[in-house]
Write a protein that binds this ligand. Structure first.
Ligand code: GP9
Ligand code: MN
Length: 613
């Protein structure tokens, strides 16, 4: 044992490099589900971390020989932290940490209960080398042993050459990975986790420059693209003209809960009734990225795609936006208000709402919040709606009022007295609890509608209810498949990405509209019903009553769905059969998806709307 520690102590850098490389490769294969696909892909994953790990550990050469062992140890701790942070993040979001996510911590923080749920006892294995080398670094007698220093020039050049080789090989294997930057799984598979992290950093340093460099001529392509679109008219145009608008962003609500029972009990009895008297869109996909709820708010308000990294709310709150509150105000004198039981700063709403045109924002400070009436992130949905009524009736009409529910948030906690349905009984606790929080939200919505009726405001209102994003991440989907008694197939997984969209106009007959679309389409659909033209607007939103089925529904990682095909996991499928087909079937739609994402990013990062209209 002594000999081993003495050996490790003398060869601390190669030992740290080997152990770090080994666990990075193991985590990449076991912890992440990457599009590796071939032996070539496997080789890339194995080779990718070597150069960058050498470079990181080489930073210890800047320190004197006595502190060098400690420097090596600290580098090992930091790299392990990066690896583990990404692993935890991936477990929930099936995505990787970006610089923007780290920077928005201040605005989002407070995820304690959520993080604890993601930790596994096996994770301790990731820290064995840290403990071992930490012990060696700190127990080495002062001045006696030291980390050998190789020829630093050769060492540095070798590491940089290996990194360049990795990026070169990765780019040959996946030509779009480096340029588009938003398919993070592809980037990690091609360049390795640590190189990806550096590339992402470079990307985020570049992005503030885009606004400075932008000028009015950059808007030409956007204008041309928008002019080519010809919104069609339909019978429902103007059906809700002049009505107040009440939007409800339903936290983590997926479409599978609609009309679904658990132990013979409906999960959403109120919504199940409501859809009979509403336009119900069961094929609407979650298009959010790292900005979660704020991404949905952004898409619904602006008709632009969310950014790939971080939230627009945090990254570009000072931009000019052509948002629903502004459009409704300019066109028909609406006032806009948002209601949400969390802190004003969460997702940077306070600042962003000013740019989006909200005149009022009722947040946590405007509610009477106690330990008894809150759970998880804040005030429970029933007291939230109850306490909102006075505020709602005080608004100037016509208004657009957006309510953002909160109780149905991961990890789906609820006291027994609020559980109006028995938890489900699958092997996934998160899914079992989810059923109870969705049911509670449903009861809160019923209460809200009753109160709106009592206040005499029901008839004059159009209600737009939508799920903000998935609640059950892919990590826990096995429980949903069990609940729904279905196989874990790609088609079923994709179906689980659907969120409900319900548009209720009192007095209108119910209709199910099976058109496939995304949350981004809510903006144009609402404007259509309000009788406000969408011609010439800079927006990627399509009115769902007339949406062309050939138009792809675009996801933020470049995946897409059309009527006939879908592109997911870097593979083209026939949409109905779920079988792999030749990639050329998807290619034109992928191209369109890339074009729209790129244009939307340019509009946001260059703040291009300030030059238009
Ligand atoms: C918090 C609420 C939830 O204010 O919007 O945030 P999420 O984690 O769902 O984005
Ligand atoms: Mn949310």
């Amino acid at each position: 044992m002594r000999k081993l520690t003495a050996f490790l102590s003398d060869h601390m850098i190669p030992a740290a490099a080997l152990l770090l490389w080994l666990k990075t490769v193991i985590v990449t294969f076991i912890g992440f589900d990457l599009p590796v696909g071939s032996w070539w892909g496997v080789m890339l994953v194995i080779l990718a971390p070597i150069g960058i790990i050498m470079l990181f550990l080489g930073c210890s050469f800047f320190f004197g020989k006595r502190v060098r062992p400690i420097a090596v140890f600290i580098i090992l701790v930091l790299c392990t932290g990066l690896l583990y942070g990404n692993l935890l993040y991936y477990r929930f979001y099936i995505d990787f940490v970006t610089v923007s996510v780290l920077l928005q911590f201040d605005n989002v923080g407070g995820l304690g209960a959520s993080t604890a749920e993601l930790i596994s006892p096996f994770d301790v294995l990731l820290f064995i080398d840290v403990i071992l080398l930490g012990w060696i670094a700190f127990s080495a007698k002062r001045g006696k042993r030291t980390v050998a220093k190789p020829n630093t020039r050769k060492y540095g050049l070798t590491s940089i050459a290996l990194i360049a080789l990795t990026i070169g090989l990765g780019s040959i294997a996946n030509p779009h990975a480096l340029l588009t930057g938003y398919d993070r799984e592809q980037q990690v598979a091609s360049f390795g986790l640590f190189n990806y992290q550096l590339l992402n950093m470079a990307h985020s340093i570049k992005s503030p420059m885009e606004k400075v460099m932008a000028d009015p001529s950059d808007t030409q392509k956007v204008s041309q693209y928008m002019e080519e679109r010809e919104p069609e008219n339909s019978k429902v145009f103007g059906l809700a003209e002049g009505k107040n608008v009440v939007m409800v962003s339903m936290e983590s609500t997926q479409n599978f809960v609609i009309n679904q029972t658990v132990n013979g009990e409906e999960i959403t009895p109120f919504l199940n009734d409501l859809i009979h008297e509403s336009f119900y869109f069961p094929n609407i996909y979650d298009q959010t990225a790292q900005g979660k709820t704020s991404d949905t708010e952004f898409m619904v308000d602006t008709g632009l795609y969310p950014l790939s990294s971080g939230s627009v709310f945090v990254r570009r709150p000072e931009n000019e936006f052509n948002s629903l509150p502004h459009i409704l105000n300019e066109d028909s004198g609406y006032t806009a208000a948002s209601f949400h039981g969390n802190d004003r700063e969460f997702w940077n709403r306070e600042e962003m709402y000013q740019s989006l045109g909200y005149e009022e924002f009722f947040s946590k400070a405007d509610y009477h919040v106690t330990a008894e009436n809150s759970v998880n992130y804040g005030i429970k949905d029933i007291p939230f709606f109850e306490q909102s009524m006075d505020k709602l009736t005080g608004l100037n009409e016509p208004y657009m009022a957006k309510f953002i529910t909160l109780t149905n948030h991961f990890p789906f906690l609820l006291e027994e007295e609020d559980q109006l349905i028995e938890p489900a009984d699958t092997r996934v606790g998160v899914v079992d609890r989810y059923v109870t929080t969705v049911r509670y939200q449903d009861a809160a919505l019923k209460r809200f509608f009753d109160m709106v009726k009592e206040a005499g405001m029901y008839e004059g209102t159009i209600f737009v209810l939508y799920g903000d994003h998935y609640g059950i991440s892919e990590q826990y989907e096995a429980g949903v498949h069990e609940l729904l008694e279905q196989e874990d197939t790609l088609l079923n997984h994709i179906k689980l990405q659907q969120v409900p969209l319900i548009i209720h106009i009192p007095g209108q007959e119910g209709r199910i509209i099976n058109t496939a679309g995304g949350q981004i389409d809510i903006q144009a659909t609402l404007l259509h019903l309000l009788g406000i033209s969408t011609d010439d607007r800079v927006s990627f939103s399509h009115d769902l009553f007339t949406r062309d089925p050939e138009e792809p529904v675009v996801f933020r990682d470049g995946s897409m769905i059309t009527d006939d095909y879908m592109y997911f996991n870097h593979t083209c499928y026939d949409r109905d059969a779920g079988e792999t087909v030749e990639s050329e079937h998807c290619a034109p739609y992928q191209e369109k998806a890339r074009e729209e994402l790129e244009m939307s990013d340019k509009i946001i990062l260059g703040d291009l709307l300030r030059f238009m209209e």
